[in-house]
Design a protein around this ligand. Structure first.
Ligand code: UD1
Length: 364
């Protein structure tokens, strides 16, 4: 059996790393194909070394460009690769432009697709990711869902896949393994910050950072909270700061994109997380930290319903009120993690589901 994991962005590398390790433990021939959608070292290759992934078998190096150009370059590049050496199945994680393009390239080349993180929905069609994930689910043969709610979404939409499996969340696998080291590390102390005495913030979504007023409101409101803010700045956000002439207040400390362990260490030492990222919401929840989500919707409504996160949009008053609410959140709000996201063995379940799919479909 030969499996290709197709990725190209920071979150896809994080989701894939434990699955690659599980395939290798099982002795499966598994290779990584990197689209290069994220091209800065800090957004891509840094995570390969940190999460112990091998060099990619192929690197398409699509680099900067409009989403349309990136998607078409990935479809073309993967098509050529598959013509020479098609894998038996491609594992495609997440909802990025790379994921959509990989799905299209696979179906055009007759390569079956296993979508990792299938069924995840925010219901917000303004998000490129929502469109990508829905289209990819409909193209995929095997849907690997992280939660029972994701399974329900797939059935509700009558997605016609060959197989739908609730495997749990592979990011949770990684987190459980790395949490003790993250808790023991204290990266914020190097910035002179007290454990539990700062806010950790990330913002990168087009809906938040491409709107100058929204970006100004969020950064201004975060800077007015009674705690210092550590802000790990995505390249897109950095570019918008410059373009819109936004300079955060003095108590907002700007950092380059951080390595994975350092990010988990920052979350683990914080009082609170402010983010528009899907992945970071989950990591905050798993590490027992409240989050304020600067969006109107989330794919991970379970966390909001557990009372561990608040949707605050980009409104300064709601961010203030969310902060006040977060101060009342306690241990009870964080207990449901295992029930919702699996037992930390999602990657093993992915391997089993892929093997079963290939056997049952006669491709094994
Ligand atoms: C992408 C994903 C998003 C994911 C995020 C994690 C899509 C539609 N979105 O968003 O789901 O949460 O990655 O980071 O695929 N840039 C750099 N250096 C890089 C990468 C990007 O400067 O290494 C710049 C690009 O030139 C572009 C901007 O950042 O101007 C956005 O990059 P893009 O890859 O389009 O999407 P992300 O915002 O990173």
């Amino acid at each position: 059996m030969k499996v290709s994991i197709i990725l190209g962005t920071r979150p896809q590398i994080i989701k894939s790393a434990p699955v690659y390790a599980a395939f290798r433990r099982r002795g499966v021939d598994c290779e990584i194909v990197n689209t290069g959608q994220h091209y800065d070292y800090e957004m891509n290759r840094q995570f390969f070394s940190e999460l112990r992934l091998p060099d990619p078998a192929a690197d398409l190096n699509v680099g900067a460009g409009t989403p349309g150009r990136q998607v078409s370059a990935i479809i073309g590049g993967l098509g050529e690769l598959f013509e020479k050496a098609p894998p038996q199945i491609a594992l495609v994680p997440g909802d990025t432009n790379s994921a959509l393009a990989a799905g299209i390239a696979c179906v055009k080349s007759g390569v079956p697709v296993a979508h990792l993180e299938a069924g995840c929905r925010s219901g917000d069609f303004r998000m490129a990711e929502e469109v990508n994930r829905r289209l990819l689910d409909h193209m995929s043969h095997l849907l690997l869902c992280p939660t029972s709610r994701c399974v329900a979404n797939v059935y509700r939409e009558h997605v016609l896949a060959d197989s739908v499996v609730n495997v749990g969340d592979t990011m949770y696998d990684s987190l459980l393994k790395l949490a003790p080291r993250a808790r023991a590390s204290d990266p914020a102390s190097g910035l002179g910050l007290r454990h539990g005495g700062y806010v950790f913030m990330t913002l990168h979504r087009a809906e938040t950072v491409d709107d100058p007023d929204a970006l100004r409101r969020v950064v201004g409101a975060a800077g007015s909270l009674p705690l210092p803010v550590v802000f790990s700045v995505h390249p897109r956000t950095k570019a918008r700061f410059k373009e819109f002439g936004i300079a955060p207040r003095q108590n907002v400390k700007l950092l380059e994109p951080l390595p994975y362990m350092e990010t988990l260490g920052m979350v683990s030492g914080s009082r609170l997380v402010i983010t528009d990222s899907g992945g970071l919401q989950k990591e905050a929840f798993w590490l027992g930290k409240p989050s304020l989500i600067t969006r109107e919707t989330t794919e991970w409504g379970e966390i909001v319903r557990a009372g561990a996160a608040v949707l605050v949009g980009t409104d300064a008053r709601r961010i203030e009120r969310g902060y006040a609410r977060s101060q009342k959140m306690g241990e009870a709000n964080f207990r449901s993690a295992r029930r919702i996201f699996g037992n930390g063995n999602a990657s093993e379940k992915v391997v089993k589901a892929v093997e079963a799919y290939l056997t049952e479909s006669g491709r094994g």
